[in-house]
Design a protein. Structure first.
Length: 199
């Protein structure tokens, strides 16, 4: 994907976000269920890809990655309503006729840059949180765990429109192009050298 395609992708996500479809808790829960179901469906492919990329056994991949991902889904299934609800807070005396609350509004378009060493956990855990929070997301998995990244891309493309969630494969060129886009939030895990590019 070149720079102009990345720009177009981010613009499409911003347009979709402005429809406020992602603000709905019903929508968020449906999308989380869709993602969980897809990960379960692709589980065997993930085991094989992680084995090729990192030499990890299915047991290790489940214990250190997929099992934790499923726990995240379980937690949000039980707690998302509470976490997303407005919180009452004190109103200053000079505004005594007013009602004050803290709202947890979505950021907008989120970039998730994940590393090679835990390619599933550090891709899907932030994605789950981003979608639970009502955001759109662009995922940039590591080019060092290429087999896993390809399975992630295939799965995401199968279940979500790119205006909602998309995967960008590639290396430094794609990283730099993504870091120049007007994302509302960036979740980055990796080296300090690359991290400086997104500051």
């Amino acid at each position: 994907m070149d720079t102009s395609q990345i720009e177009q992708l981010v613009n499409e996500q911003k347009v979709f976000f402005e429809t406020h479809s992602t603000y709905s808790l019903i929508f968020r829960k449906q999308m989380l269920l869709k993602l969980k179901t897809a990960i379960q469906k692709y589980e065997q492919q993930f085991y094989e890809a992680v084995k090729k990329d990192l030499g990890k056994s299915p047991t290790e991949t489940y214990m250190c990655e997929l099992g934790l991902i499923y726990k995240e889904f379980d937690y949000l299934e039980k707690n998302l309503d509470r976490l997303a609800a407005p919180q009452k807070t004190k109103t200053p005396l000079f505004l005594f006729f007013a009602h004050s609350e803290i709202r947890h509004d979505p950021y907008g378009s989120v970039l998730i840059v994940s590393p090679w060493n835990y390619p599933l956990l550090l891709t899907f855990q932030p994605l789950i949180e981003a979608l639970a929070g009502g955001n759109t997301a662009v995922i940039k998995p590591s080019d060092y765990s290429v087999n896993t990244s390809q399975v992630i891309q295939k799965m995401i493309t199968d279940i979500f429109p790119s205006s909602y969630v998309a995967v960008v494969l590639g290396g430094r060129v794609q990283n730099e192009a993504l870091f120049h886009q007007p994302f509302d939030y960036i979740f980055y895990t990796g080296s300090p050298a690359v991290g400086k590019l997104c500051m």
